[in-house]
Design a protein around this ligand. Structure first.
Ligand code: NAI
Length: 303
């Protein structure tokens, strides 16, 4: 595999393009927005500068990585020569189904089509193509150039051969691929999201405050970040959507999102990206400041 097309150049797409380009693949980065593409190239350059400062790559690596990336706003131009497409467009089922239908028509018959979706069924995506055996999940973690794991998701019809190829390819990116089956939330979010939801329920019930909950999980369980801070970084809207996918997919009320999470999303307090979630990011400092709403501790939080 030489030619990789990445669809979507947002948070994940730019990291995926960066990683493939860094390991010598020819990358076509496609987005409907030219502004997003330009922003992605600037982010990639900035992230390589960070790697240079750490001494893990050189200026020459920066030039060759950037030279390996071409950008496109038209999918038919960016995907026509692809050996592998990794789709990292917005997490919306209709957007993804429409992209995969197009890819199936545009790409050569042997092209493998992968999705970086965090919660949409790979089997459902594969069903809109005529090559369900060549559709697979490649769930990278954020930030992609740093995080080692790729959750490789085997759809109902994914072939053994395609799965083996993607496992091998992932190792060439210096990642550790882990194979899982296609059920709601896969493994990562099936375990992470109930933990985040339970942390929010713990706050909602007044058992402890924001800092206390995060401190217990950081110091007690050796997590690098508490679950409430992590939820702010993932985006509370994203957490809510994934919990609903789990609840619908398994038909089990244990995944029901905490009413406090639902309220925060309705209020537009989505975490770091909107400046407010469980913490307040509006000061622009690295210091963690608990949001005003949660400064009172205990039962007062929900009164
Ligand atoms: P994002 O919102 O940062 O970027 C999405 C990009 O897709 C935007 O630039 C948008 O213009 C583009 N786009 C939308 N429709 C398109 C189309 N039809 N063709 C081409 N480009 C299109 O989203 P983000 O966070 O990068 O997420 C992308 C995917 O990765 C989602 O499926 C998400 O669930 C998954 N994911 C996200 C993680 C995260 O931490 N943000 C972690 C792991 C997976």
């Amino acid at each position: 595999m030489k030619n990789i097309t990445v669809i979507g150049s947002g948070t994940m797409g730019n990291g995926i393009a960066h990683t493939f380009a860094q390991f010598g693949f020819a990358v076509s980065l496609v987005d409907i927005s030219e502004t997003a593409l330009q922003k992605a190239l600037a982010t990639i350059a900035k992230n390589i500068d960070r790697q240079i400062a750490k001494g893990t790559v050189t200026e020459a690596d920066k030039a060759s990585t950037l030279a390996n990336i071409k950008t496109f706003t038209k999918i038919e131009e960016g995907a026509a020569q692809a050996d592998l497409v990794v789709e990292a467009a917005s997490e919306n089922v209709n957007v993804k189904l429409s992209i995969f239908k197009q890819l199936d028509e545009i790409c050569p018959p042997n092209t493998i089509l992968a999705s970086n979706t965090s919660s949409i069924s790979i089997t459902q995506i594969a069903a809109v193509t005529k090559r369900a055996d060549k559709v697979i999940g490649m769930h990278f973690m954020n930030p992609v150039p740093v995080m080692k794991l790729i959750e490789v998701i085997r759809g109902y019809s994914t072939s053994n051969e395609v799965c083996a190829l993607i496992m091998e390819l992932s190792k060439k990116l210096n990642k550790i691929p882990t194979e899982v089956n296609d059920y709601p939330g896969f493994v990562a979010n099936k375990i992470l999201m109930p933990m985040i939801n339970e942390a929010i329920i713990t706050l909602y019930e007044g058992v402890a405050g924001v800092e206390e909950i995060d401190t217990v999980m950081k110091l007690g369980m050796a997590h690098p970040m508490g679950p409430l801070q992590l939820a702010d970084f993932i985006g509370l809207d994203v957490c809510l959507n994934i919990l609903r996918v789990l609840q619908d997919g398994f038909g089990n009320p244990k995944y029901a999102p905490c009413p406090l999470l639902v309220n925060m999303v309705m209020a537009g307090h989505l975490g770091a990206k909107t400046g407010k979630g469980f913490y307040d990011y509006s000061a622009g400092t690295k210091e963690l400041i608990v949001a005003d709403r949660f400064k009172k501790q205990g039962v007062a939080v929900i009164s």
